[in-house]
Design a binder for this molecule. Structure first.
Ligand code: HEC
Ligand code: HEC
Length: 141
């Protein structure tokens, strides 16, 4: 995994880090409730890419198009998967803060080292993470 990807993910999970951003020429997103509002396009894109890879889905799993058109309506919240994803972002953030001292003052400053739980940790390329060991794996033991 490359370093800038990890840095971005760290930032996703740590809203307080938003002060570190410079908005520059980047687009002004309309409906960010968890991510920092002044996130750059590059950072937002790599967060979304992490979501699609972690769950093995495409953008349309969470986002809808403008009705009767082929254009995306990314700010829209009508897709319930997007709402679940937003809750999952908060949950992941809380797990990291509470159990891995991601933002704790005593913790190390380097996000690359501290980031412990991501969407991929649980989802592992699935929409719904497995709760039990698959039968074929238990049978062999
Ligand atoms: C698993 C669900 C999920 C997937 C898949 C996903 N997104 Fe998102 N996307 C979200 C959520 C949740 C937000 C809002 C985050 C927040 O509130 O801080 C968002 C926000 C956005 C925004 C900002 C919209 C605005 O103006 O507020 C853009 C642009 C975007 N996504 C593009 C994409 C693209 C392009 C893809 C495919 C490569 C993608 N997303 C895949 C869940 C998803
Ligand atoms: C601690 C484990 C864990 C982490 C971390 C996690 N998830 Fe989940 N997620 C789950 C579980 C378990 C379910 C299934 C819940 C169910 O079946 O009702 C789920 C379900 C979902 C769903 C609904 C899928 C569907 O089929 O409707 C979405 C969307 C989702 N997660 C997105 C995310 C995103 C985006 C992240 C990272 C910000 C994330 N999750 C991080 C455990 C996790």
């Amino acid at each position: 995994m490359n370093k800038s990807f990890l840095v971005t993910l760290g930032i996703v999970l740590i809203v307080a880090a938003s002060m570190a951003f410079t908005s520059g020429q980047d687009p002004h997103y309309k409906n960010l409730k968890v991510l920092p509002k002044n996130i750059t396009k590059h950072q937002l894109d790599s967060v979304m890419k992490h979501f699609t890879t972690a769950l093995n889905v495409k953008c349309n799993f969470c986002h809808v198009k403008v009705e009767g058109s082929d254009e995306w309506n990314f700010p829209s919240d009508v897709n319930k998967h997007k709402l679940i994803a937003r809750d999952m972002m908060k949950m992941t953030n809380n797990i990291n803060k509470k159990y891995f001292d991601v933002t704790g003052s005593g913790g190390k400053k380097d996000l690359n080292v501290q980031l412990m739980v991501t969407c991929y940790t649980c989802h592992n390329g699935r929409k719904e993470p497995l709760a039990f060991v698959p039968v074929k794996d238990t049978a062999r033991k």
